[in-house]
Design a protein around this ligand. Structure first.
Ligand SMILES: NC(=O)c1ccc[n+]([C@@H]2O[C@H](COP(=O)([O-])OP(=O)(O)OC[C@H]3O[C@@H](n4cnc5c(N)ncnc54)[C@H](OP(=O)(O)O)[C@@H]3O)[C@@H](O)[C@H]2O)c1
Length: 249
């Protein structure tokens, strides 16, 4: 264990990601904020987006204290126009995106038969269509450069089913399919596509926190998994990570 910790702190000291440019969608709070801060601490220039300007500015202000450069843009990742603008402005401010973390997402729970068409569209657009929109905008320049990391934040709900999970599980199972196919489409271009499936994480996701945070993951746990993925040596990739709290709720 000591050896692993030493190796990790050495990587941080050496700023393993200096020269990298990361875009983290939904970097204003929760898991995305922890990921953005971890990547900045490793030396990456980091861009974040979200819809709430105040939360975004707060996250960007603390990012600027950590990394070489930070950029924040109010953007709704469910819409193609704002996504194009987000990517163009990020690349103008920081340079070509080398790491994309598709993290933005929302939850809605309860029996699917009680939900509306608008509920379905909102969840599928936020958790699945957004990944398609942002990835297809970022990928062409990664292909040109022959390298890149794309990490999609799915969920254990993308691997299992449970009562009340209908629409959310559908979005995350869809994301698992999209991620696997993107990985196959892009590996020969030198682009690594990974997917992380966390269990319950103590954030304000869907307006509630887990009853017992000691039996949930922290956003930092997910950031640690991201660090493992982006510092994996070239020539191999961690295609899928399932992350569980040690103690069951
Ligand atoms: N928390 C959990 O237990 C858990 C477990 C497994 C997987 N996940 C996944 O982890 C990801 C992050 O969840 P979290 O717990 O960190 O949630 P959170 O605290 O609610 O944060 C979600 C982030 O996404 C942004 N966002 C949501 N919709 C957006 C949109 N249309 N356009 C741009 N930004 C948007 C939010 O900002 P604005 O609201 O300001 O737009 C916020 O920054 C999600 O994909 C979620 O499905 C969460």
């Amino acid at each position: 264990m000591a050896g692993i910790r030493d190796a990790n702190s050495e990587l941080r000291e050496k700023k393993a990601l200096s020269g990298s440019v990361a875009l983290v969608t939904g970097g204003s709070r929760g898991i995305g904020r922890a990921i953005a801060h971890r990547l900045a601490g490793l030396g990456a220039s980091v861009a974040i987006c979200g819809r709430d300007r105040k939360a975004l500015e707060d996250s960007a202000a603390s990012l600027k204290k950590l990394g070489p450069r930070a950029f924040a843009q109010v953007a709704d990742v469910t819409q193609a126009g704002p996504v194009s603008e987000l990517v163009a402005k990020t690349e103008a401010a920081l340079g070509p995106i080398t790491i994309l973390v598709n993290n933005a997402g929302i939850g809605l729970f309860g029996p699917a038969h009680e939900k509306t068409e608008a509920d379905w569209d909102r969840i599928l657009d936020s958790n699945l269509k957004s990944v398609f929109l942002v990835s297809r905008t970022v990928v062409p320049s990664m292909i040109k450069r022959g390298s890149g990391d794309i990490i999609n934040i799915s969920s254990l709900a993308g691997k299992s089913t449970f009562a009340g999970g209908g629409i959310y599980c559908a979005s995350k199972w869809g994301l698992m399919g999209l991620s696997g196919c993107m990985a196959e489409d892009l590996r020969d271009h030198g682009i690594r596509v990974s997917v992380i499936c966390p269990g319950s994480v103590a954030t304000e996701f869907s307006g509630s926190r887990p009853k017992d945070p000691s039996k949930a993951l922290s956003a930092e746990d997910v950031a640690h998994a991201i660090e493992a993925i982006v510092t994996q040596r070239p020539g191999s990739f961690l295609s899928e990570m399932q992350l569980r709290p040690l103690r069951k709720a």
